[in-house]
Write a protein that binds this ligand. Structure first.
Ligand SMILES: Nc1nc2c(c(=O)[nH]1)N[C@H]1C(S)=C(S)[C@@H](COP(=O)(O)O)O[C@H]1N2
Ligand SMILES: [Mo]
Length: 301
């Protein structure tokens, strides 16, 4: 079903965007000894994935720290100061510390990954990310043997994030993964898209991307990564445990209590849009289904 091939770009705009590799992404990849860097993805998207336009990807966002409207992040996220940026990595690791984003990026091997993002609200789009595997970062800090989960936190800056004044979630936005999910080669820390630095509304300077899970697992603007032996607190599960589970694997057979998850609206597919059938694990089942062998996915939704 999925081939590990270099994606083909047929859309002219896509090809053009790819030439604008900016300095930061270039420097990072050069430092990693990868020349122009965007090394052929080890895990490309399912064949035939056609990326959405840069305009779609950066104007239709969920980033509640900047407001709950789809246009709010595009309008407000410029207020976020993303440089300098520190990521605290702590808990059950050999080398805990406050890591500068520039240092993390300088040692990273930047790849391109074209993934479908399937929001729990039943829409999807296809995004050409640049980034590095979470596994490579965790490898560098040294995960200790007792660690079983990874917890993540987004920045909370009331002066820069107008949405924080509304208690829609128990801030900071928090997410988590089981360690084997975190170490999976599909799990990405994105630092760019279309070869440019990640736009603020998409979670600059670094955010998580877990393509077989609902989009809300992909926590933005990460300031803390904690290795621990207990299941992490996650914001959406805390807000409504009946509607949002810890796993949140894309699953067309488990409906959201208020809507069907069987199909999804394709963003940018013409004036009237179009729908597609939602795939188990968002189409990445061949790679990830074995992580859940023996688990009841209706119960562990
Ligand atoms: N910190 C934070 N991360 C977040 C969100 C958010 O509101 N705050 N929204 C999530 C949701 S619901 C989705 S669908 C994706 C959207 O990512 P995109 O805007 O880059 O497409 O980000 C996720 N990460
Ligand atoms: Mo979402």
């Amino acid at each position: 079903m999925h081939r590990l091939t270099t994606p083909k770009f047929r859309d002219r705009d896509v090809t053009d965007e790819r030439h604008y590799l900016n300095r930061r992404q270039l420097i990072a990849s050069a430092a990693a000894g990868a020349g122009l860097g965007l090394a052929g993805p080890a895990f490309a998207a399912p064949e035939g994935l056609e990326p959405n336009s840069f305009e779609d990807i950066t104007n239709y966002n969920n980033y509640y720290e900047f407001g709950t409207g789809k246009r709010d992040p595009a309008e407000n996220a410029h207020m976020l100061t993303t440089s300098p940026w520190t990521v605290k990595i702590d808990g059950m690791v050999d080398r805990p510390g406050d890591y500068q984003f520039e240092d993390i990026l300088a040692k990273a091997q930047i790849e391109e990954r074209i993934y479908r993002l399937r929001c729990v609200e039943a829409w999807s789009m296809v995004i050409p990310w640049n980034g590095f595997t979470l596994a490579s970062l965790l490898g560098r800090v040294g995960v200790q043997s007792g660690a079983k989960y990874v917890a993540f936190e987004t920045a909370t800056r009331p002066e820069e994030m107008p949405g924080l004044r509304y208690q829609v979630l128990n801030w900071p936005y928090r997410e988590g993964l089981r360690l084997d999910e975190a170490m999976h080669p599909l799990t990405l820390i994105a630092t760019g898209l279309y070869g440019k630095d990640l736009p603020n509304q998409n979670g600059a300077p670094l955010r998580l991307v877990v393509p077989w899970k609902y989009g809300f697992k992909g926590i933005k603007s990460i300031v803390r990564i904690t290795l621990q032996d207990t299941e992490p607190f996650t914001s959406w599960n805390d807000a409504n445990p009946r509607e949002y589970g810890f796993y949140s694997n894309v699953n067309p057979t488990v409906d959201h209590p208020r809507w069907s998850q069987a199909t999804e609206r394709v963003i940018g597919a013409g004036l009237f849009g179009s729908r597609r059938e939602t795939e188990m694990f968002n189409g990445y089942g061949e790679e990830v289904a074995s992580l859940y062998d023996g688990m009841d996915l209706q119960k562990n939704f």
